[in-house]
Design a protein around this ligand. Sequence first.
Ligand code: SF4
Length: 561
Amino acid sequence: MINEYSYCPRLFYLEYVQQEWDHSADTLEGKFVHRRVDTQAGQAPAADDLDQNSRIHARSIDVGSQRLGAIARIDLLEGENGWVMPIDYKRGSAPDVPERSWEPERVQLCLQGMLLRDNGYNCDEGVIYYAESQERVTVLFDAELTTRTLELLDEARSTAESGRIPPPLIDSPKCPRCSLVGICLPDEVNLLRIEAQPTLPFETEAVSDEEQVQVTPRVRNLIPARDDKLALYVQGQGHSVGLKGELLEVRDRKEVVARARLRQVSQLSLFGNVQLSAQALREVASRDVTILHLSYGGWLSAVTTPPPHKNIELRRRQFQAAADKAICLYLARAFVSGKIRNSRTLLRRNARQLHPHITHRMAEARHRADKAASLEQLLGMEGSAARDYFASFSQMLKVTDESLTAFDFTSRNRRPPRDPVNALLSFLYAMLTKEMVVTLIGAGFDPYLGFFHQPRYGRPALALDLIEEFRPLIADSVVIGLINTGEIRPKDFIARAGSFALKTEGRKRVLEAYERRLDTEVTHPLFGYSISYRRVFEVQARLLGRFLMGEIAGYEPFCTR
Ligand code: SF4
């Protein structure tokens, strides 16, 4: 941990206090380089048993010291003539700097040497072995390095005890290589720390004058624009999902109907009566993949996740904030305002003969929502804006003679949906909810405790809060696309006792269109970079977390122009 602190105090805090973890290409390569030295091998006799003739060559040795309050795992310990030397394996080549190594690597090694000394060994130097250049760089544990190591150890301890996450580095070249860049959001947080004005009775981190001067509003595109992994949906009734090596196999009785590589699966959604083998469940969960159990109609009935996220600080803050009426109202306004804005934009872009008074009324509704005095008032404003929006929704649909009656949409209805358009909307809102549940679990939230939507048994209230701004952008937009391109037709629905539902083939096409939409890249209105909608969900969830932790002064809904 001392090397992380030396690299960046915020990285140390994220990893060791908040227990955040993610792999970058560098950490994966590092893991590969360590695969051999992480296996225990060889003997390391106690210091008292060493003599001049003892030779040591032992891998993966744990050492600790109460005096220093630290422990370490040494990759390789070599020794002869009564002296020992820790050897640390690193990926890559020795850097082209006079010391031939970076400070984080040197202090990490020096701490190992100090721990060995505290355990009675003679140790005054160590070696960093760079795997790519196959180079051994010797590091002397002199007074200067020892003092610096102790200083960093003290600082790291105080930072952990302070309970306050250090601010992100500013415009640092370290960030692009950092494995936690997608969780830390350094440039985004720096921009919002400076630009956002506190609007709440909420304590935020003070920004020092020095930081004010240093901060450039440049937001680099440091996070991947899209996720390489894909959601796996299994909706065939009676199908089963099993494990075969690195593959998930979907079977209809004995016949294999689909296969997916485990490392390419981001989430697993099982609709209705689909079986999952214990082996597949264990393997999927061990890879941090969330399993969603949905009713055949798409209603979320259960979620299987790996053990809960270890970032208890965030959940504690979420629970505190949810009990604070001012914060609930502030966030609820943002969610509703974002939804109304995006609904209005969708209408303006797609409706054929939109009456100006509708857009005017929706603009007014949004401004009123921004100032709503209570959640009840906000609920009323949201309802009236939704009525205006859905009253004009059919103007965005291009219906043919064949689909005229089936897709004749007049207003929103649900539970059960009484026409095909409402069936599509309900299904896609359910998919959006499950998407946000997965995102929130991954970001460390409890998806069942919201700020606008009140807790009710089994209702993922926070997910419902956060999807408000995305309903028009994702679900409504997919419905319009499916109907206008003829991808979905009246024959794709089944009517039962006055309610409508999608048939299996139709639903498959809806899910494909939905996934395409999530994968669509959009320019982020605040940060200016291109990013898929799926990634936008994660950025919004993490920014909400940064707001709740007092790092940024507001939550800005995602609104397209
Ligand atoms: S992204 Fe940058 S600021 Fe954030 S933890 Fe990593 S190095 Fe530190």
